[in-house]
Write a protein that binds this ligand. Structure first.
Ligand code: ATP
Ligand code: MG
Length: 351
């Protein structure tokens, strides 16, 4: 499902650059379309310039230049995902109408449709294709619609930054649906027929998307990510943040007793979302697919599995791409692939 706030044209390009502006690390991929095949030419994982607040247009522009350089990209066209701190995703019900009209209706009646006044926002809408024909042909049909929103200021800052970096934002979308869009390509069978939770554990936040038979059913943000784990570990062990980060990544099993109580609250929040879905839909989530930085770690996957009491595994969002990566990147891909889920999903909206 594509939810671009901004879209310039519908041309399918040969070269695709997608950038996920995470709060701690920026992830980017560079792809090439060759007939039916998509080649993964290069990826980049860079530290975000600052972690604690939104990027200024100046910093973002410098950062985008570094990303394009790291990718050695031979295109100026990019697709960008803005993070959960700068965007929102909601469901509502609307009568059928063209998407541009929906966008305007949402803009002027956000309180009505989204239960919240959201002035100075830009919206996009995705109408969920109905599974059944309306049984009462006289009744005005209403469809479930996923609505993405972002502040005008955020989009304007991106436009200023991209102009300064001499890149062209073909599409600007929201990161939270990234794992869903990547999953559709990487695990098509499960996407179409299964019930699964896609959990992306990031730095400041984690997201959970529950999909059932090809449809996004629930999407939530939980304000716990790798940052809280490292901060908590640093406090528990009286070491610096940097030391705690090294321990968390390098030898988590040795500090298990300090780490597990920090992972529990995240597990409980995710469990609550799964319970909510299962009760409402009377369906069971059979598998949790983990992505984000923490999914690089087997320790984290196992700890979350014990907390959630559902099978958890990390997944490879690049599995459907043909790797033509430089040797060094190719050898590291399996290890870091889960961290690219949002980025691949962002690229997927222009496939
Ligand atoms: N092997 C590992 N084990 C545990 N945690 C890890 C590992 N590798 C990376 N991380 C953690 O992943 C986090 C960064 O993940 P990620 O890149 O998904 O975040 P982000 O996208 O920048 O954040 P957000 O999605 O919240 O904006 C850091 O907190 C880092 O400590
Ligand atoms: Mg992220």
């Amino acid at each position: 499902m594509a939810l671009p706030f901004l879209k310039s044209g519908t041309k399918k390009r040969e070269l695709i650059v997608a950038i996920d502006l995470g709060s701690r690390t920026t992830k980017a991929v560079y792809l090439q379309r060759k007939g039916e095949t998509l080649n993964l030419l290069r990826y980049a994982i860079l530290d975000a310039p600052i972690y604690d607040k939104s990027l200024s247009p100046d910093l973002l522009s410098e950062h985008l230049k570094s990303v394009m350089q790291a990718l050695d990209a031979k295109t100026k066209h990019i697709t960008l995902a803005v993070g959960v701190a700068d965007s929102l995703l909601r469901t509502t019900e609307l009568p059928p109408m063209p998407i541009p009209e929906m966008r305007l209706m949402l803009k002027y009646n956000s309180k009505n449709y989204l239960q919240q006044d959201l002035p100075d926002h830009v919206f996009d809408a995705y109408m969920v294709p109905p599974k059944q024909i309306n049984p009462d042909p006289k009744a005005q049909p209403k469809y479930k619609v996923w609505v993405g929103g972002a502040k005008n200021r955020v989009i304007n800052d991106i436009l200023t930054a991209t102009r300064a970096a001499t890149v062209i934002p073909d599409e600007v979308t929201l990161s939270i649906v990234g794992p869903v869009n990547a999953f559709e390509f990487a695990e098509p069978e499960t996407f179409r027929t299964g019930v699964a939770a896609l959990v992306d554990v990031g730095f400041k936040n984690s997201t959970i998307n529950i999909i059932s038979e090809g449809e996004l059913m629930l999407s939530r943000v939980v304000g716990i990510g790798g940052d809280k784990l490292t901060t908590g570990l640093a406090e528990a062990m009286s070491v610096t943040y940097a030391e705690a980060e090294g321990i968390k990544i390098g030898m988590p099993t040795e500090v298990e007793s300090a780490l597990l109580p920090l992972i529990s609250p995240l597990g409980r929040e995710l469990r609550a979302s799964i319970d909510f879905f299962e009760h409402q839909q009377d369906k069971q989530v059979g598998q949790v697919y983990l992505s984000g930085g923490a999914a690089n770690s087997q320790f984290m996957t196992q700890a979350l599995q014990s907390e959630l009491m559902v099978n958890c595994k990390s997944w490879n969002p690049t599995s459907f791409l043909r790797s033509t990566l430089p040797p060094q990147q190719a050898s590291e891909l399996d290890q870091i692939a889960p961290q690219l889920a949002v980025c691949i999903g962002t690229a997927a909206i222009s496939f």
